[in-house]
Every structure is written in C-alpha cells, then in structure tokens.
Design a protein around this ligand. Structure first.
Ligand code: DGY
Length: 334
C-alpha cells in the first residue's frame, strides 16, 4: 500500500466501480464468494486503517465496525437498501453513508412483474413438467392459473419501486389499490395520466381485495413482520403474494401457515428470512406449486449492477474528498 487513502471493499463489485476507486486510492477487495464475517471486516479495516468502506447488503455495519478504523470517513453501500448500516452510529461518528437509489427502480419493477407472472402462470411447474418427461399431450386444464390482465393489483408502499410496478399495470388493464404511510397524490395523478387505474386505500383493504399483493417497503422496525398472520388470513384464497423488498417484511412462520392451510394460492419471494434460504428450509416444501423463490435477483440486470458499482464508487470518492455524497443515505432517511 502507498500513502494514498485506503478503501476496503467487502466483495468484488463490477469493474466500472472498482476501476474508478483504483484510479485514486489503494483498494483492497475481499475476493471470496461468501461475505467476510463482521470480525473479518473489523480486522481488515483496522489493519488497513481504512479511510473508506464499500460494503454490500449482506454486511452488518454497526458501531463496532465503524470503530475499527479511526480514519473511516465514508461507508458506501452497493445497494439502495441501508437497513444493514447503523445510520445513527455513523452520524454520531461523522461518517458519511452513501447508497444507490434510483438506478435499480425500473430493473426491480421488471423483475417483480416477471415473478408475478411466473407465479400466476405456473412457469416453474411447467418447466419441471417438461423436464420430468410428463408432457404427453396438450390438455385443456393443464397447469392453469389466474389471468393477470383485468385483475386487481395491491401495492404496499408507493415509493419509487412501488410506483414503477404500478406504472406497468396499465399494460395489463389492472385495477391498482395501494397503501402507504401517506397518500401520494402527485404520484397517483401521474400514474392516472399514464393510464393506471389507481386508488389509495387502507392497508387492510389492499390485502383483502387484491388478486396480487406486491410489497415495496424498506425494512425498518415498523415494517418488520408487516405481512403476518392477520394480513395473510385476510387475503383472498386465490391471491398471490409477491415480495421483492426485504425478507423480514414477511413473517416466514406465518407464510408457512398460509401456504400450508391454503389461506392464499401462492407466493413469489425474491427475498427471504432467513437469507440465504437453506435448501432444506421448511418453506421450500411448498415449492414450486405454492411458492417460487429466487435468490435476491430483482436488481440483477447487467446494466443496473454496473451502474450501482459506479454510484457506490462515486459516493465513496465524494466522502473521501470531504464533499457531499451524490446519494447520501443519511439525508434520504430524513
Ligand atoms: C438493494 O440494492 O437494496 C437491493 O435489494 C439489491 O437488489
């Protein structure tokens, strides 16, 4: 290492971001596929006396991590979500925190729709049917599922991603019901102008009246377990639940009961609690007939993951230069 400031990166992120960092800083990257443990992050930050940390959503960045290097000026997470970073502890220590909002909105909305369609039209079961050599002939009622067009889509949380999901509903002639901590009149109006039939209702109504419920809230104390037994019991028996937000927003034990006792038809999860979901987890007993699970892929388009790397690098660089971050999690949290 030289006398340049040092940045510790907790995983290989796409080249455009790493290259940007390497141009001006000494950069050390954790090169293994599995994340470093918290102790390993602490060790490296302390050993390097790191000035910057680029982390992932799988890293638990609390006060003990921040205190590992007295030089630490900036934490830049390669994610829009920052529930894994203790913002209060960072603020107390005057450490800037960056994240990557905006860039993954449309990509995540695309994926939400693909998961919704996969669940409704039983794509995974169809593939397994062919793979298992069961396809003998065309059958009138083989693997039928509900129509998407004309159905009611419930959106919990009309932030950027919820909004982008709602926008796509116009193409399917759907009725959209949404709940949020506040009515988002401007967003509603814009969506209505682009042809979306959208209404703000109580959260309880979203669950009770929708054919598809898609969850788009960040994870914090108030949203942990937001989808529990009461919500799942109130859903239509034919309804499908989609979660591309954060795993703990849906209570796993309640979802298992809901699938087991047919309170709902099916669920599509891109995020789980626990995450990663072990292959022998009880939830997977319901796949693929009642459950489709993907490994937190919603933002995983080539372009978006590259742009996220650039944004993470830009936030880190701004923090190291004592400039305001282009995307500060601390400011966005207020
Ligand atoms: C994020 O960036 O928070 C997303 O969950 C990654 O897909």
């Amino acid at each position: 290492m030289t006398n340049k400031p040092t940045v510790y990166v907790t995983r290989e992120i796409p080249a455009p971001g790493l290259e940007q960092l390497k141009e001006s800083y000494d950069v050390e990257v954790w090169s293994e596929k599995r994340p470093p443990s918290k102790e390993q992050i602490i060790d490296r930050l302390s050993e390097l006396e790191a000035d910057g940390l680029v982390c992932l959503l799988t890293d638990d960045i609390d006060a003990t991590v921040m205190d590992a290097s007295s030089n630490l000026e900036v934490i830049s997470t390669y994610s829009v979500g920052y529930d894994h970073v203790d913002l209060a502890a960072a603020t107390e220590r005057d450490i800037a925190v960056g994240h990557t909002p905006g860039v993954l909105t449309e990509t995540t909305a695309d994926f939400t729709w693909s998961l919704l369609a996969t669940c409704a039209r039983r794509t995974v079961e169809g593939y397994e049917y062919v793979r298992d050599d069961k396809w003998e002939t065309w059958q009138p009622e083989l693997l039928t599922g509900p129509d998407i067009h004309g159905a009611t889509l419930g959106i919990v949380g009309l932030g950027n991603i919820g909004n982008a999901v709602a926008k796509r509903a116009a193409g399917f002639d759907m009725t959209v019901l949404y709940s949020d901590v506040q009515q988002r009149e401007e967003a509603e109006q814009q969506l209505a102008e682009s042809g979306v039939d959208i209404t703000h209702v109580d959260q309880e109504k979203v669950f009770r009246q929708s054919d598809f419920v898609s969850v788009h809230v960040p994870l914090f104390e108030a949203t942990r377990g937001l989808v529990g037994e009461e919500e799942l019991r109130s859903m239509k028996e034919s309804a499908i639940l989609i979660n591309t937000s954060r795993g703990p927003v849906v209570e796993t034990a309640s979802l298992i009961k809901a699938l087991d006792q047919d309170w709902i038809e099916r669920a599509g999860l891109d995020v789980t609690d626990p995450e990663p979901l072990p292959a022998d987890h009880e939830l997977l007993e319901y796949a693929p007939e009642k459950l489709v699970v993907t490994p937190h892929l919603a933002s995983a388009s080539i372009e978006t993951r590259q742009k996220m790397a650039e944004m993470a690098a830009e936030n880190a660089i701004a923090g190291l230069q004592s400039n305001p971050l282009p995307n500060s999690a601390i400011e966005d949290d207020h």
